[in-house]
Design a protein around this ligand. Structure first.
Ligand code: ZN
Length: 306
């Protein structure tokens, strides 16, 4: 699942390639899904998609922002397209053709070449621009969410409710992190880091990498973490998330950037899915173990993470 660095990489890509483009048409096959989504306020409901089209077609893209793992595409009517990539979603920009003989995946990426990657072919949602190019959402598992938020709703929408602070916000300090984590004093640090009500944007990959870097065992109980250790976790979180962005996100799974290309952070993993390998920390000598904690796989060094 895309985490903060992947979503930020996509937002940066939208700001590079899509600013000022006018939306001329929209397409989705999400609304062919069973009645499960009927009445919901996102485009999997056919009625909502009709409303969505009315709000969005003819509008220009102003800029994109990120809040937690949500992509917020601001339009020139002050409305916002919100996209949550969920498990397997990623947005791509380029040239596409529609092959009506392919009922399942009719949209085919043409240019750039990277759009032809098999992970990029599950197109569920298409934005057509007046320049003849497209923004496409590939989403193999179909869990992604696309919706529209009118300008006076952005502060109160339920889609952005109950979110904790942004870990890379300049106002986010070691003290804020400590205060947030201590809202779950009896929780295990791995589990609490994953809770978007506590702090947003951190999923399974980055929580493993942050705790490896910090030398903290994923099962440490939050109330037993020392003040000094909170500082170390804070620094590790800053460095790891920024590194994720610098490497263009993590493509161990489906994630691809706006041009359909893989990120490179997966080559930097020290713990996540490194089970059985020797710890890379200097003179550690430990081995990376895997253990299910709070229903999620945690990967950690059995020596230096305490
Ligand atoms: Zn180690």
């Amino acid at each position: 699942m895309p985490e903060l660095p992947e979503v930020q990489t996509t937002v940066n890509g939208i700001n590079t390639y899509l600013k000022g483009l006018t939306i001329s048409d929209l397409w989705t096959n999400y609304s062919n899904m069973s009645g499960f989504h009927t009445g919901k306020d996102h485009i999997k409901d056919p009625k909502f998609f009709t409303y969505f089209k009315k709000q969005v077609i003819g509008r220009k893209i102003q800029q994109a922002k990120r809040r937690a793992k949500n992509i917020l595409i601001e339009l020139d009517n002050d409305g916002t397209i919100l996209v949550h990539l969920k498990m397997t979603g990623h947005l791509m920009y380029g040239t596409y053709v529609f092959d009506k003989t392919d009922k399942k995946d009719p949209w085919k990426g043409v240019f750039p070449e990277s759009l032809k990657d098999p992970f990029n072919r599950h197109i569920r949602f298409i934005v057509t621009f007046s320049n003849g190019k497209y923004l496409a959402l590939s989403d193999m598992r179909k869990f992604a969410k696309v919706t529209y938020i009118a300008k006076d709703q952005i502060e109160k929408t339920l889609h952005l409710k109950d979110l904790g602070p942004e870990p890379l916000d300049p106002l986010f300090t070691k003290e804020v992190l400590k205060m947030r984590l201590l809202k779950r004093p009896n929780g295990k640090i791995k589990t609490v880091l994953l809770d978007p009500k506590i702090v947003v944007g951190i999923g399974n990959i980055y929580s493993d990498e942050i705790l490896w870097r910090a030398g903290i065992h994923p099962e440490r109980i939050v109330k037993n973490i020392t003040d000094k250790e909170f500082g170390i976790i804070f620094e590790a979180a800053q460095e790891t998330l920024k590194k994720g962005i610098d490497f263009g996100g993590d493509s161990m799974s489906d994630y691809r950037n706006i041009l359909g290309e893989r990120g490179k952070f997966q080559a930097e993993h020290k713990a996540y899915r490194k089970t059985g390998t020797k710890c890379e920390k200097k003179e550690c000598g430990g081995t990376i173990k895997r253990k299910v904690i709070g229903g999620r796989s945690a990967h950690f060094c059995d020596m230096h993470q305490k």
